[in-house]
Design a protein around this ligand. Structure first.
Ligand code: GN1
Ligand code: MG
Length: 320
């Protein structure tokens, strides 16, 4: 019997199975086809309007398609395929590239240049953007959901960590269009050179603060795979490389202190999101086993603490 993914693939006659499941991302599902394409299922529980996600991607490509990957229309000429239960399917060409969850040192500056350059190219974006997830980067809203989640004994220590740290972070303000998910694994690198060839996953392109993108990137450069609970010591050399690359792509930042505060903010917010999902029974982020979201939360909360301490250093690096 054909799987749902194999049935969906039939909408694109140029793509052939067998499909190989690809472990990437915590929300959508991804498969590689046998002949150079990438099939994705957009998770309808997280993105209730996949059409909006795809329109935003097209708007981004229309603004400046450099380094972006365009989806292929279906044989029926649609930008994506509607599946049952709110899911949607899309197909991309597969690029010859390297992709990492934990970025090697040699690529940290290139990652900074990549997302800094993206924000620079989208500085004057004036296309229409459809909101895809309400309050996506809204920390007070995530904290309210956390407070309303049922307590669990295994999460007591993490809950105390949230309570100890929450006073350090306030609300922040949307200013202009941002990528919204500046993780290092959303970058594709040239097979041999230390250069980015594509920025992927524009699903959360939205109005925000470019400092959030910088913060998410710095967080992910420091977090490795996000699976480990133990917080590795921060590498100041990596943060320095990151800032150097970011500034070369973005230009000078308007407020170094705001940008320097963002990595801890993004790390804390993600920690709260992982922990809330653990308390709710793993209903949002994909997990391989029970406890994974708790470990991710512990890792992000510990990282937030380290990154809070690194703010003066980051400010100095960003002022150069
Ligand atoms: C999710 O699925 P992925 O990896 O692209 C999440 C991001 C988190 C990230 C943490 C829509 O992104 O906000 O930062 O996991 N995306 C959504 O790994 O919630
Ligand atoms: Mg994403």
């Amino acid at each position: 019997m054909l799987s749902k993914a194999e049935r969906a693939l039939a909408a694109w006659p140029e793509a052939r199975g067998p499909l190989t499941a690809h472990d990437a991302g915590r929300i959508n599902d991804t498969w590689m086809t046998a002949n150079g394409f990438v099939l994705q299922r957009i998770n309808g529980a997280v993105f209730p309007d996949p059409g909006a996600v795809m329109r935003n991607l097209q708007a981004a490509i229309a603004h400046d398609g450099r380094y972006l990957v365009a989806p292929l229309p279906t044989a029926a000429g649609e930008p994506f395929l509607k599946g049952d239960s709110g899911d949607a399917w899309r197909l991309f060409p597969r690029l010859e590239a390297r992709n990492y969850e934990a970025l090697p040192d040699a690529l940290v500056a290139a990652a900074g240049t990549a997302f800094g350059g993206f924000l620079q190219r989208f500085r004057d974006f004036s296309g229409a953007l459809d909101p895809v997830i309400d309050g996506f980067h809204d920390l007070p809203r995530y904290l309210a959901q956390f407070d309303a989640a049922p307590p669990l004994p295994d999460a007591d220590a993490a809950r105390r960590n949230v309570d100890a740290l929450r006073g350090c972070f306030g609300p922040s303000h949307a200013r202009r269009v941002i990528h919204g998910d500046c993780k290092v694994n959303n970058l594709l690198f040239h097979p041999t050179r230390a250069a980015m060839v594509a920025i992927i996953d524009l699903d959360t392109l939205m109005l925000g603060d470019p400092a959030w993108d910088f913060g998410d990137l710095a967080r992910s450069v420091c977090a490795g795979t996000e699976e480990g609970g133990a917080a590795a010591p921060l590498s100041l050399a990596r943060l320095q490389e990151l800032c150097r690359g970011f500034l070369s792509g973005y230009g000078p930042v308007d407020d170094a202190e705001r940008f320097a505060a963002a990595p801890a903010h993004m790390s804390f917010m993600l920690g709260v999101r992982f922990l809330t999902d653990h308390l709710r029974g793993d209903v949002y982020f994909k997990t391989a086993r029970r406890g994974a979201n708790l470990r991710r939360a512990e890792g992000q909360l510990a990282l937030a603490e380290h990154l809070l301490g690194a703010r003066p250093r980051l400010t100095a690096l960003l002022e150069q």
